[in-house]
Design a protein around this ligand. Structure first.
Ligand SMILES: O=C(O)c1ccccc1NCC(=O)[C@H](O)[C@H](O)COP(=O)(O)O
Length: 262
């Protein structure tokens, strides 16, 4: 069993427990359910500066604890003020130490779109994503069929959520890609070996549709990395650890935003 299999097995139990507590009907009555979403895709397309989706990530299966000393409200607000195109908040607890409450606590303090970073395997979670105040949700091709990706994307769009579809390799692209997704993300982390290289995004860029809005995810640690990725067609970057390993993650983002891209 690889780490994704373990996460998905745990997620199935979590979703079953949540369904027993709150019905979809109850989720649709939560205050944020009717909030108008903010478009990350539009912000990435129109940004003249590098489009950075800055992640709040306390821990991860590959790195263990990264930073458990900072407050989500302060970091999310700081990221937004420093120029992030969107904020990514991990809401998975067992593997990433995140919570639904993290996203709900950040929401009133930011005007940036928020990505709910979790492992969506059931339509119920899409309603939950909307109810807690997110604007964008992640779908991971490695754990979904094409039918699920198509259906979940439609449900998300009907609720006013945008979709970031994540692939890791060409096979996942061929099997899971649909042009209806708002953003296509290439993850540089090989989850079987936990090896991370931006060369993965560079290599895959050759087979991805030119007209599709694309971001590169994981293992981006310098503005030089971003410059190389921009050169092959990426409009945005999902960056977690590089910011979160510092006491003031937003100050690190600010450095990225102000450094010249070479
Ligand atoms: O980060 C992990 O160890 C991990 C393990 C299993 C599934 C997903 C995982 N990471 C999620 C991500 O995609 C990253 O948090 C995100 O792309 C940011 O990456 P980084 O900048 O390297 O923190």
């Amino acid at each position: 069993m690889n780490v994704l299999d373990k996460i998905v097995a745990e997620k199935r139990k979590e979703v079953a427990a949540q369904k027993a507590l709150f019905s979809i009907d109850q989720l649709t009555k939560m205050p944020d359910f009717d909030r108008s979403g903010i478009s990350t895709a539009q912000r990435l397309k129109s940004s003249v500066l590098p489009g950075i989706i800055s992640e709040f990530k306390r821990q991860s299966p590959s790195k263990g604890v990264i930073n458990d000393r900072v407050d989500v409200m302060k970091v999310a607000k700081g990221y937004c003020e420093a120029g992030a195109s969107a904020i990514s908040i991990l809401t998975d607890e067992p593997f990433f130490g995140g919570t639904i409450e993290d996203l709900q606590r950040a929401r009133p303090h930011v005007t940036c779109p928020i990505l709910r970073k979790d492992f969506i395997i059931d339509e119920y979670q899409i309603y939950k994503t909307k109810a807690i105040g997110a604007d964008l949700m992640l779908l991971i091709a490695a754990i979904l069929t094409k039918e699920e990706i198509t259906h979940f994307t439609k449900v998300a769009h009907d609720l006013g959520l945008e979709v970031l579809l994540e692939i890791h390799n060409e096979e996942e692209f061929r099997q899971g890609y649909i042009s209806e997704v708002d953003i296509l993300g290439v993850n540089n982390r090989d989850l079987k070996r936990f090896k991370t290289t931006i060369q993965n995004s560079i290599d895959l860029s050759e087979v991805l549709p030119k007209e599709q809005l694309k971001i590169s995810e994981s293992g981006i640690s310098t503005t030089k990395d971003m410059a190389e990725l921009i050169a092959v067609g990426y409009k945005g970057f999902l960056i977690g650890e590089q910011f979160m390993k510092h006491d003031d993650p937003a100050a690190e983002l600010k450095k990225f935003m102000t450094e010249e891209l070479v």
